[in-house]
Design a binder for this molecule. Structure first.
Ligand code: F0G
Length: 351
């Protein structure tokens, strides 16, 4: 059987050698779903890049497979990361797969329950610190400089190399890059990776156009919008609850180079988009991911996206990651286990 996954599908685009372990959980190759109803409602041609379909349910797997493979190639026995949750889940899974130890450092009380469950299930050493993500990242970066552990946060260049494959897939699926691409920004690695991917494609003589890259932050955690670090970031979208992005400068270059933008959206707008895409398109993403759609809607309101434009919204993580946000919103009706009661309740006979 041919082996699948990012390292196999995109080998020639990645810094791998014969000595790089062929690590895979069949990550990448995620669906680009045409959003028919939202396209009609918003008068654009909208596609959803469903990154929640990756093995651990987020885009992190694309970069993690390469970062862990390279760490193993270099003889590492332990990988470490700070995380708002998804990086932790991905590091834990790929470390388990590769047979090395994972240590994940998370902000206490501020990561979605599904992500914590994943890190625990894969046997990672999970450490919660009394502090936020930015403080956790400073700790692990310092540790990795002096101690024998491999840092697998997106400051590790292999992470962005792997993540750029999402841009290559989008261009391949559409036949060319889209006009606009919206995505949530936390630590600002992913927007930088999309820029790398589309730029690499152009350099290889493929499509010449690079989509305008639009980053979206949450209002309470929008350092790139205000222009200065946020000491106490807050948002319902815990994945992007970050006050001082490590790839800030890279992301600015991506935005300027592509003619894109950076904006902030409210938690209310994030949750509205989160419900809308789940109810109208059948695609369930986590709150942070819906920031991309909230940002698109804000741009449409301001007339900043031309009618009929080809737009991709990157839905970075699966909705099941955060069961508390999902189930907090619904009213479950409880009935007696009786056929007539059920018929009346769903309107098949008059109440
Ligand atoms: N969406 C989701 C679901 C994320 O988990 C993250 C980042 C982002 C968007 C933002 O991507 O940081 O590259 O700008 N999560 C990291 C983590 C920080 O630790 O899992 P970014």
């Amino acid at each position: 059987m041919a082996w699948k996954g990012v390292l196999s599908e995109w080998a020639s685009w990645l810094p791998i050698t014969e000595r790089t372990p062929r690590l895979t959980l069949h990550e990448g190759g995620t669906p680009l779903v045409h959003a028919r109803r939202l396209s009609a409602a918003w008068n654009v041609e909208l596609y959803l890049k469903v990154e929640g379909a990756n093995p651990t349910g987020s885009f992190k797997d694309r970069g993690m497979v390469l970062a862990v493979a390279k760490a193993v190639e270099d003889g590492a026995r332990t990988v470490i990361c700070a995380s708002t949750g998804n990086t932790a889940a991905s590091a834990a899974a790929y470390a388990a797969r590769a047979g090395v130890e994972a240590v994940v450092v998370i902000p206490e009380g501020k990561i979605a329950r599904g992500k914590l469950a994943q890190a625990v299930a894969h046997g990672a050493r999970v450490i919660a610190v009394r502090g936020n993500f930015d403080e956790a990242l400073t700790l692990v970066r310092t540790l990795a400089e002096s101690d024998r552990v491999a840092l697998v946060n997106s400051v590790n260049p292999y992470r962005l190399e792997g993540q750029k494959t999402a841009a290559l897939e989008v261009a391949a699926d559409l036949g060319r890059p889209p006009d606009e691409l919206f995505l949530p920004v936390g630590n600002a690695g992913n927007i930088s990776a999309y820029w790398m991917g589309f730029s690499a494609l152009r350099a290889a003589g493929g499509a010449q156009d690079i989509p305008r890259l639009h980053g979206v932050q949450a209002e309470g955690a929008a350092p790139m919008v205000t222009g200065r670090p946020v000491e106490h970031p807050e948002t319902v979208a815990t994945a992007i609850r970050i006050g001082n992005p490590a790839s800030w400068r890279k992301a600015e270059a991506a935005i300027a180079g592509s003619g894109g933008s950076i904006q902030a959206v409210s938690d209310a707008a994030i949750l509205e988009a989160y419900h809308e895409v789940a109810e109208r398109e059948g695609v369930f993403c986590e709150p942070a991911s819906a920031a991309s759609l909230a940002g698109l809607k804000a741009h449409l309101h301001k007339g900043l996206v031309r009618p009929g434009a080809r737009v991709v919204a990157v839905l970075t993580g699966h909705g099941l990651k955060d069961p508390d946000t999902a189930s907090g919103a619904v009213a479950v009706e409880t009935l007696d286990a009786d056929l007539e009661t059920l018929r009346r309740a769903i309107g098949l006979v008059p109440a």
